[in-house]
Design a protein around this ligand. Structure first.
Ligand code: ATP
Length: 307
């Protein structure tokens, strides 16, 4: 649905995008992750036709962003990161205003607005002044506004930034509902734990390069060279030494009162580890392999950039 090929963007001599190949399929919730300055907003602005690429191609539903600007804009609902609202209007007035601006027929506007308010859980606030809404509610109103023309594709730049955990969860639930409605969603964010449960696919951008892309599981597997095993045996102190003899065991650390933490190559067969220990009279009481979280992968891939 959104596809870029060797997409580059330079600002003067600075190359902000170094040839990225983004793939967002129809129906995806695609998490576009990267530290500040990685180039997320630049990519999003190109895809939404607001910025010309320096070279390479970007398409939305097969249409080139350089050639079919109007068509693409009609297909996309875009919420920028510095999304502003007109504060001295009521919630309903605001959405009616945008319904008119998008050319929705007069007789259909009221029911459209009431549907959007229900979807974004703002019906009780329909007559409230925007100025009196919480930040989370204003963000939901922003989301309602991007849905006025029933776009197939939603592009949301940092939709959860600056929100408290509860407000973030509310946004996430609305995004889930939009996913069920069949929308394709591209969202950029730093807030990884929320993304992990919502996204069907993710792309990790670092200094203008897409360093990983795929399902969360694929990206974790692609990025993580080793895994960690929690281990308890009949004698942890001795096992710390003995485990290190097994090929594929990279390191073993021990903290008082906790299981041993064994760093292993991802392809290590755990039976080889327990077998070797048993051969020395050490019996496994607890052994769990733990894959890194998306957050840990992100930190590894963007090391040096994240403070
Ligand atoms: P953030 O999370 O902070 O919004 P980002 O990943 O969206 O970051 P971009 O805003 O796309 O990153 O910026 C990418 C790089 O390009 C940054 O180093 C930024 O300073 C630079 N940049 C962005 N816009 C311009 C511009 N108009 N002129 C010059 N440099 C720019």
């Amino acid at each position: 649905m959104i596809e870029t090929s060797k997409l580059k963007k330079s600002y003067g001599t600075f190359e902000a995008l170094k040839g990225i190949d983004l793939r967002v399929e129809a129906g995806d919730v695609y998490g576009f992750i990267g530290p500040n300055g990685a180039g997320k907003t630049t990519t999003i602005r190109i895809v939404t036709t607001l910025l010309e690429p320096t070279s390479g191609v970007a398409r939305v539903d097969g249409h080139d962003v350089r050639e079919d600007k109007e068509l693409i804009r009609g297909m996309i609902g875009y919420m920028p990161d510095n999304f502003g609202v007109y504060r001295d209007m009521t919630v309903t007035e605001y959405l009616l205003f945008f319904a008119a601006a998008y050319g929705i027929e007069h007789r259909n506007r009221a029911s459209l607005v009431s549907g959007l308010l229900e979807l974004t859980d703002l019906s009780v606030k329909k007559d409230a002044l925007i100025d009196n809404l919480s930040r989370g509610m204003q963000q939901r109103l922003g989301l309602a506004r991007t849905l006025v023309h029933d776009p197939k594709v939603l592009i949301l730049d940092e939709p959860a930034s600056g929100l408290d955990p509860r407000a973030r969860i509310e946004i996430r639930e609305i995004l889930r509902e939009l996913q069920r409605m069949g929308k394709t969603i591209l969202l950029s964010s730093h807030i990884l734990p929320e993304l992990q449960t919502l996204c069907t696919r993710v792309g990790i951008l670092e200094r203008g390069e897409l360093v990983a892309q795929g399902s969360v599981a694929e990206v974790v597997a692609q990025a993580a060279k080793d895994a960690e095993v929690e281990l308890r045996t009949t004698d942890d102190a001795r096992s710390q030494v003995v485990a290190k003899e097994v090929p594929g065991v990279l390191d073993v650390t021990r903290h008082e009162g906790e299981p041993l933490r064994v760093r292993v190559a991802r392809d290590l067969d755990l039976a080889a580890l327990s077998g070797h220990l048993a051969g020395r009279g050490l019996y496994v009481r607890h052994m769990v392999k733990r894959d890194p979280s998306l957050e840990e992968v992100f930190m590894t891939l963007t090391r040096g950039l994240v403070q």
